[in-house]
Design a protein around this ligand. Structure first.
Ligand code: ZN
Length: 246
């Protein structure tokens, strides 16, 4: 019994396609959940939505999805993100817009809650400090939270009332109740590893216990993503950062 968790695809079609190929090899038929920021930054917003629809992905709204729908969250964006959000507003089809608009901010799936940013603030809060992790863990009603937003794989868990960060590599990690699991980013990783990230959650056949999580990293055609960003007239920084994973 496996679940695939994707986050922060950011309109990067080559990255999403490479991830879905790896998913088909590693966890064929597993349900796919996403943690938002489907669009923004990248040049393939409609195409990634079509792909996520095709695989039946269930997920939530991110700050870049909201911005693409016209929300004034765009005022919090830096120059590159702002330019990309305005461009995305222009190119989104009516079908894409209505798919994005239907995304909820919080989804509960059995033992897990799914949000984009944090439980307290599903759209904007970055879980990067112990205090913030701890405050979110205290209000977590399900054993697990899957999220994204920082574009950096991470695992925080509550031990004796204190939030601990577990080092995340490529090996499977057993989950304990009371954990925040950040899936990293498919389309714009920022942990100095440019490969697309996705998360595999594996439980036993009966779904007893919380099982393990494994972060997978996948090479993809970065020049194809960069050329599309350039061709769309988006800021060069959005293309160049993909090669360095920053
Ligand atoms: Zn993002």
């Amino acid at each position: 019994m496996s679940v695939v968790i994707l986050s922060d695809v950011h309109a990067n079609l080559p990255a999403l396609q490479a991830v879905l190929e790896d998913v088909a090899r590693t966890a064929p038929g597993a349900p796919i959940w996403h943690c938002g920021d489907v669009v923004g930054y990248g040049a393939f917003p409609n195409e990634v939505i079509t792909e996520l629809q095709r695989v039946g992905a269930i997920g939530v709204m991110g700050n870049h999805d909201l911005a693409a729908l016209g929300d004034n969250v765009i005022e919090t964006f830096n120059e590159g993100a702002h330019a990309a959000a305005l461009w995305t507003r222009d190119v989104l089809t009516a079908e894409s817009r209505s798919w994005l608009r239907a995304l909820p901010r919080v989804v509960e799936m059995g033992a897990a809650t799914i949000v984009h940013a944090s439980l307290r603030d599903p759209i904007m809060e970055y879980v990067v400090q112990r205090e913030i992790a701890e405050e979110n863990l205290r209000v977590l009603a399900t054993p697990l939270l899957f999220h994204g937003h920082t574009h950096i794989p991470a695992l925080w868990s509550l031990q004796d009332g204190v939030a601990h960060a577990t080092h995340v590599g490529t090996e499977a990690i057993a989950l304990r109740a009371g954990s925040l699991v950040n899936a990293g980013s498919v389309g714009q990783p920022r942990d100095h590893d440019p490969r697309a990230a996705w998360l595999l959650w594996e439980r036993d056949e009966l779904g007893a216990g919380l099982g393990t999580v494994t972060w997978r990293r996948v090479e993809y055609n970065i020049p194809a993503a960069q050329e599309a960003i350039d061709a769309a007239g988006l800021p060069d920084f959005l293309a160049s950062r993909l090669a360095i994973g920053r």
